[in-house]
Design a protein around this ligand. Sequence first.
Ligand SMILES: Nc1ccn([C@@H]2O[C@H](COP(=O)(O)OP(=O)(O)OP(=O)(O)O)[C@@H](O)[C@H]2O)c(=O)n1
Ligand SMILES: Nc1nc2c(ncn2[C@@H]2O[C@H](COP(=O)(O)OP(=O)(O)O)[C@@H](O)[C@H]2O)c(=O)[nH]1
Ligand SMILES: [Mg+2]
Length: 194
Amino acid sequence: MADKIKDTKIIFVVGGPGSGKGTQCEKVVAKYGYTHLSSGDLLRAEVASGSERGKTLQAIMQKGELVPLDTVLDMIKDAMIAKVDVSKGFLIDGYPREVKQGEEFEKKIGAPCLLLYIDAKGETMVKRLMKRGETSGRADDNEETIKKRLDLYYKATEPVIAFYSSRGIVRKIDSELPVDEVFGHVAKAIDGLK
Ligand SMILES: Nc1ccn([C@@H]2O[C@H](COP(=O)(O)OP(=O)(O)OP(=O)(O)O)[C@@H](O)[C@H]2O)c(=O)n1
Ligand SMILES: Nc1nc2c(ncn2[C@@H]2O[C@H](COP(=O)(O)OP(=O)(O)O)[C@@H](O)[C@H]2O)c(=O)[nH]1
Ligand SMILES: [Mg+2]
């Protein structure tokens, strides 16, 4: 894995729940052909499979808590291995959720060259998630779980941004703007990569 991943760009996409990570990642895929791996989607796929492990995961996600680190990391790693030969770059969406997740990722997989920090106000995120909840069918898009996810984001995930800022790889993206303008800034950050 380590030698194969060397020439592949790894981009962490970090932001609160409902900040617009998934929306922007889709646009990056369309323009740059990167591989999009959403840690939340990988977990939801496991839940949908109906496996025993999926049942355990579902209970944790329903509460808005973090699933065990190794579970998510193994899923991301397997998905990366499956694509590494054909991928120009990886968008790792919704990961790391805490500094420890980032450290373990780097030990087992490799270092990110960029962290896209998708930033929106708390009230904006809540509004978007309540709207998304009307159609998403996601068990965690409800008022109570949204509040827990937001609290956990501020407590556990924001420190991730400070951690990578000191390395100079964080680009803060204002996600209050219309989607296409947000993407303009995302594209600039990616174009700036060597
Ligand atoms: N690295 C991760 C990613 C996700 N989760 C679990 O999966 C849930 C959903 O994750 P995700 O889809 O990334 O949700 P949000 O951050 O709310 O963002 P989005 O709305 O983009 O899906 C989280 O609340 C959490 O329980 C986790 O534990 N660890
Ligand atoms: N107005 C506006 N809505 C957005 C923007 N980005 C995402 N949304 C909406 O906000 C909701 C959450 O977006 P999503 O990409 O799922 O966010 P994620 O939780 O960070 O992956 C979706 O219903 C999107 O349609 C944006 O830049 N502007
Ligand atoms: Mg998402």
